[in-house]
Write a protein that binds this ligand. Structure first.
Ligand code: LFR
Length: 494
């Protein structure tokens, strides 16, 4: 029996999950997962900036390690995956310089246009393979440069969030490849940091360490941490530390090309490639090539995702009308279909706050009735997301000249069965939903690779298929989805 510990940090919550690989009565090997700790993760506004509470996350992770052992598990390794792009800076004494910025902080507003003006949009795309998103690490560092941040002057090392958390537990600085590729500063052609681009933008190249690939052992917890927690010196493994990449690693696909949708705060829709696809059309359709686990590249698009629903819920809860997610989904199910639609990737929906008002403004500008009740609003969000998934899947098919037979959906969002069914309906294709804890499972898989328990990504995916059930959603043949899609395309956002 091999036991590993995965920390999976999402934008609204984190969890510590134990994975046990061992034989089951029929003689085959299965992976069994058990959550040992779950905790909220909040963005915190401090003055003009939105931050992560990184030390709180460290505290909760320590608690997770302690709880794992108290509950009788004995993991030999741990891995950390988090959202992309964000980072902490260390000074010459390797101390953390302040609280990391949250990728939804407004300091990067308008910088896509400014940097494209300096470097050229196409050049930037060819040198990074990434879609243009305001929060990419490049724009965050450029914002600090423009604000003459003294932190940038004295910083010696940049650690992306999972690498930072690993450092705080092990004292070992590292840089993991899949996260490195979310910065827009890593060159997919040369497979090196893009020092020329950094110099052009006034970002110091000294900050960046040579990336290591998922499956690399980083090193043990510090003696201080093991003493504090009363646990053995677990080894940290660099997993697919970008949560999206860990989730894709856990898609139970075989050898045929497949399309995936990682469904959480964000929805990431795309397909797995062996090389980045740096075509004009990729740039026009605003797809990313993100470095994946097992020497892959993931051609994908960021879709606003369940953030829209989370923000509406937060607004209602703060007004004292608390409703659970399952209750909201039930209300949506009872609401009338296709009353009003939004385009989830209209930029106004990106920043926190006032989500109901933003949805109303969108509907007003597009001459649609305003969704009023909670059920109407959530139905509008879920139908619009499903239509957006169809649009993005068709784009991925066009880019790769491939017809996908259906869509693999993974991640916490698939607990929303209405969304899974709507997606199948919108696509007119089956949806295969599972596993839910994809990021944590993908994280474990690379620990198992590091430990020699799994040979490679292919074998790891076979283990997922053997260990976790999949729910199949067949499409309803209903013409109203086709009509709604035509109206949706009319919003004119690619
Ligand atoms: C999903 C995700 C996306 C990334 C976004 C911001 O959790 O990691 O892949 O674009 O968060 O970092």
């Amino acid at each position: 029996m091999t036991t590993v510990l995965a920390f999976d940090m999402g934008a609204s919550s984190g969890r510590a999950v134990i994975g046990r690989l061992g034989p089951v009565p029929d003689g085959t090997q299965k992976l069994v997962v058990t959550e040992v700790h779950r905790f909220p993760n909040h963005a915190i506004q401090v003055g003009d900036h939105l931050h992560w509470d990184i030390l709180r996350l460290l505290h909760e992770m320590k608690k997770g390690i302690r709880l794992a052992f108290q509950n009788g598990h004995s993991p030999s390794t741990f891995g950390i995956d988090t959202w992309g792009v964000d980072f902490g800076l260390l000074d010459a004494n390797d101390e953390l310089l302040g609280n990391p910025y949250h990728y939804r902080d407004s300091h990067t507003e308008g910088l896509i246009e400014e940097v494209s003006g300096l470097v050229g949009e196409e050049a930037l795309f060819l040198q990074s393979g990434l879609q243009f998103m305001p929060f990419n690490t490049l724009y965050q560092l450029y914002a600090m440069k423009k604000a003459a941040s003294p932190k940038l002057d004295i910083a010696q090392t940049l650690l992306l969030t999972p690498d930072l958390l690993t450092y705080l537990l092990t004292g070992i600085k590292s840089c993991e490849f899949t996260m490195a590729t979310t910065t827009q500063l890593y060159h997919p052609g040369t497979q090196e940091w893009n020092a020329e681009l950094m110099e052009k933008l006034g970002i110091p190249p000294r900050l960046f360490m040579e990336p290591v690939h998922p499956g690399t052992i980083i090193g043990p917890l510090t003696p201080a941490v093991t003493a504090e927690l009363g646990v053995p010196a677990l080894q940290a493994v660099a997993v697919g530390t970008h949560d999206t990449e860990s989730a894709i690693a856990a898609v139970p696909a075989g050898d045929e090309p497949f399309a995936f949708l990682v469904c959480g705060t964000w929805s990431l829709l795309g397909t797995e490639m062996l090389q980045p696809l740096l075509s004009d059309e990729t740039l026009q359709l605003n797809f990313s090539n993100e470095g994946g686990v097992g020497e892959t590249y993931q051609l994908l698009k960021n879709i606003m995702g369940l953030w829209l629903l989370q923000e509406c819920k937060r607004e209602w809860d703060e007004q004292g009308q608390e409703t659970s997610f399952p209750e909201l989904v039930k209300m949506a199910e009872q609401a009338a279909p296709f009353r009003s639609l939004i385009h989830p990737d209209d930029p106004r929906f990106f920043s926190p706050g006032g989500m109901v008002g933003k949805i109303h403004a969108f509907c007003e500008e597009t001459n649609q009735p305003l969704p009023q009740t909670k059920g109407e609003i959530i139905r509008c969000i879920l139908e619009s997301l499903a239509l957006r998934y169809r649009q993005a899947l068709e784009q991925a098919e066009r880019l790769t000249a491939t017809q996908f037979p259906g869509l693999h959906m993974v991640g916490g969002g698939i607990q929303n069965q209405l969304l899974c069914q709507f997606t199948a309906n919108a696509l007119g294709k089956p949806v295969w939903a599972g596993p839910i804890e994809a990021s944590a499972i993908g994280n474990m898989l690379m620990q198992l690779v590091a430990l020699g328990e799994c040979k490679d990504l292919r074998e790891a995916r076979q283990l997922v298929a053997a260990s976790f059930p999949i729910d199949v959603y067949e499409p309803d043949s209903d013409a109203s989805w086709t009509n709604a899609y035509e109206a949706f395309i009319g919003f004119g956002i690619v």
